[in-house]
Design a protein around this ligand. Structure first.
Ligand code: SF4
Length: 765
């Protein structure tokens, strides 16, 4: 890691172009890379496997991708291969010593591989034998709830629908997914208050908004093309408010890589106002803005609040306003870390705008009080009728390309009775009715010995989940762990008694089935369903598509217990879409409408001011200020992602925007805290988390002085996941509280090489 921390001055620009060219040239070859990138996010092309930011409905530019999208594509479409010879050469134990970055950089897995009981190396296995082995394990369980079926947000609508059908015919609702760890809190908060678990805006609303608040989100790294929408909004006179513990360069200045001025000039200044909130000070901050809005209404009665909207569409306003009066400015300022004056400035921007959008991401969703965070946004927005209005609305920004679609088509451990009724009716069976395990419950079930078979359709479960040692122990207690994957990751190395790697096609590849080439569909953050069609030759002739894998697994497992035409569905994905149309409302004429340019919008009642809540109205809600009670030597820590990573995929040890190079085991601290605790910059320390009397330790992190509020700390995910207690979760959503971890900092007990991933300890019990 370099000595000096020099943060970037702007996001995008020539540096982004250079990084894109370098990555695609190294991984894919320049010409092949450019050809592929020109198909990304185009009508009928490949839906970027990165985040879920939408594309314009109509006209699109030739370059509808960002630096990070290019890296995800290059990562998948690399020419490097992980073959059976590779696995012969490398034992599982040796692979486990390598970093996440190294594992991902080895290339695409070419063959199904099996780790026999007690073996040191994976060996090739035929697809038939692999399915027979999984079916044997599943069918020998005492009851179906002993199996756990995880889904990552890459999975297409078609594969996800088939998968949940198989799982429910097998007899369980144990369908945890990555949504349980990210926007579950948004879903819980919005369902309760506005009757729909999704955002209410479209991309076009950004062009019409007069104010956009971005809170707990770092779009420059996690949703980079959102910066183009913000830049356009700025040019239209919109004002931007950035609320975050770290000033993120992407919200400060953006140099659009496709515009001459963006390349040669100084770029566009984005945030008009930056509120540097303390970690988990969001409830206090939002109460402060709301209190200031109510004070403005008192000064100008009838001119600030949308009284008609409140009267016609909401319940609970009077109680809410009374409760807010009792919250003192002293508590608000102390807990948020932001002055009353600045909060009043934000309120002024809010009331001066006729149309306001509020965007958020995991900075809000991964706290104990995550649902309260989001419902405080809803409270504020309801005051001025900013839901169900053109140019305004709520916008939880999803981090993985089809995480929203997977939930829509049935990946949920708590399905509604209406959904199960329709599914059972369509396929002639009685689906299980009891709720299944979400991600955290699944980890506990495996740890307790109740979960015995773990199957993952994509993802890197061990690295994505909290409490790494605990989760590793849970996986090791399984009889079988099986992963559908494109590339090697840590979850292949911390295994059950037996383990399988089932290699699948990537989004960028041609998916040829019995009835010809197929496409799949995905749903973006704004509820648009669209086509994704690959064009590259598959990385290996041995690869199967995800729908094929699910169909063959279902056939092998269910045998005569199913009347579903699995082979027919997997030969022709139109038939899967026809079945989705019959089971799930909103997919009318699916096959025809999705073939139109831009796809189609799923219905969203709240967008029409129809609030499908218990009362039929939108709800104001009352929340207490969270309590932190840090001891004098403790910090509140959050995990963050670097600019050179996508979820658990780490592309390099650099974080260009934050000025970090060659190191990921770093802890960002306020310089005054470093001085006050007797530490010094670049000192190597151990981090210890504290939860209900338990301690967890992450060794050898380098202290980095950074612009972060006092008593706050930030570390990279997944390196610091080991510190996140599995029982420390958000109320109602059960999302791991990865952004509210209480830690103390001790002088290092041992030096680790940078990039070392401490191997989860073997169980002693
Ligand atoms: S903004 Fe998200 S979806 Fe769009 S290209 Fe970048 S990573 Fe892909």
């Amino acid at each position: 890691m370099s000595n000096e921390i020099k943060t970037a001055k702007a996001a995008g620009g020539i540096a982004a172009i250079k990084a894109t060219v370098k990555t695609i040239s190294a991984e894919m070859g320049f010409i092949r890379g450019v050809r592929t990138l020109l198909k990304i996010n185009q009508q009928g092309g490949v839906d970027c496997p990165g985040c879920a930011w939408p594309e314009p409905d109509r006209e699109r530019s030739r370059f509808e991708f960002c630096e990070n999208g290019a890296k995800h594509v290059a990562d998948e479409a690399t020419t490097k291969r992980v073959t059976p010879e590779f696995f012969k050469q490398w034992s599982v134990a040796d692979l486990a010593q390598q970093s996440d970055q190294w594992l991902g950089a080895q290339g695409r897995i070419t063959h199904p591989m099996l780790l026999h009981r007690g073996a040191t190396h994976y060996e090739p296995v035929s697809w038939d034998d692999a399915f027979e082995l999984i079916a044997g394990e599943l069918n020998s369980l005492n009851y179906p709830d002993q199996a756990i079926f995880y889904t990552s947000g890459r999975t297409s609508n078609e594969a996800a629908f088939l998968y949940q059908l198989f799982v429910r015919q097998f007899g369980t609702n144990n369908l945890p997914d990555c949504s349980n760890m990210c926007h579950e809190s948004s879903g819980s908060a919005l369902n309760e208050t506005i009757g729909v678990g999704k955002g209410t805006v479209t991309l076009e609303d950004f062009d019409k908004a007069q104010a956009i608040f971005v809170i707990g989100q770092n779009p420059g790294t996690n949703h980079p093309r959102m910066l183009s929408a913000l830049e356009r909004a700025k040019r239209n006179g919109c004002r931007l408010v950035h609320i975050n513990p770290l000033p993120e360069v992407g919200m400060i200045r953006f140099k659009h890589p496709q515009h001459l001025l963006g390349l040669l000039g100084g770029g566009t200044e984005l945030a008009d106002l930056f509120l540097q909130v303390r970690i988990n000070g969001d409830v206090a901050l939002l109460k402060g803005i709301t209190k200031a809005v109510l004070a403005l209404e008192e000064q100008r009665p009838g001119k600030v609040l949308d009284r008609d909207f409140i009267a016609s569409y909401t319940v609970g306003f009077d109680e809410f306003a009374t409760a807010l009066k009792a919250v003192s400015w002293t508590d608000i300022v102390e807990q948020s870390g932001v002055t009353q004056e600045k909060l009043e400035q934000a309120a002024q921007i809010f009331v001066e705008a006729e149309r306001t959008i509020f965007c958020w991401a995991m900075g809000l969703t991964q706290h104990h009080n995550a649902v309260s965070n989001i419902q405080e946004i809803v409270n504020l927005m309801l005051l001025r009728g900013q839901v169900g209005k053109v140019g305004a609305g709520l916008c939880p920004v999803r981090g993985h390309s089809n995480v929203q679609g997977d939930r829509t088509v049935g990946i949920w451990e708590r399905p509604t009775a209406a959904f199960l009724d329709k599914l059972g009716e369509e396929f002639g069976f009685e689906p299980p009715r009891n709720h299944g395990f979400d991600t955290v419950k699944a980890i506990h079930a495996m740890h307790d010995g109740q979960g015995k078979v773990f199957f993952a359709l994509g993802g890197n479960f061990l690295s994505a989940t909290p409490d790494t040692d605990f989760t590793a122990a849970a996986l090791r207690r399984c009889r079988l762990t099986a992963h559908v994957s494109t590339k090697l990751n840590r979850s292949h190395l911390i295994t059950g008694e037996r383990a399988l790697i089932l290699p699948c096609l990537g989004r960028t590849e041609v998916d040829e089935q019995g009835t010809g080439p197929q496409f799949v569909t995905t749903e973006n953050s704004m509820g648009v369903v669209q086509i994704s069609r690959g064009s590259l030759e598959p990385a290996s002739p041995e690869l199967l598509s995800e729908p094929q894998i699910v169909a063959r697994l279902a056939r092998a497992t269910l045998e005569r217990r199913t009347t579903v035409d699995w082979e027919g569905l997997a030969r022709n994905y139109d038939k899967i879409r026809d079945a989705i149309e019959r089971v799930i409302p909103g997919f009318d004429d699916y096959n025809a409408r999705v073939r139109r340019d831009g796809g189609f919008y799923l219905p969203n009642a709240a967008r029409e001011r129809v609030f499908k809540t218990a009362s039929g109205k939108a709800h104001f809600t009352i929340h207490a200020l969270p309590e932190h009670n840090l001891a004098p030597d403790q910090f509140l820590m959050m995990t963050i992602r670097s600019h050179d990573q996508f979820n658990t995929s780490v592309y390099s040890a650099n974080d260009r925007y934050r000025g970090i190079s060659d190191g990921r085991r770093v802890v960002f601290l306020n310089p005054d805290d470093i001085a006050a605790t007797g530490l010094h910059a670049r000192q190597v320390v151990d981090l210890v988390s504290h939860f209900e009397g338990e301690e967890r330790m992450a060794r050898a992190f380098v202290v980095v002085p950074y612009d972060i509020p006092r008593r706050c700390a930030a570390t990279y995910f997944p390196e610091a996941n080991v510190l996140v207690p599995v029982r420390s979760v958000a109320a109602k959503s059960n999302t791991p509280a990865s952004k509210s971890v209480v830690i103390s900092i001790r002088a290092a007990t041992e030096e680790l090489e940078q990039n070392d991933f401490p191997i989860p300890k073997e169980e002693t019990s």
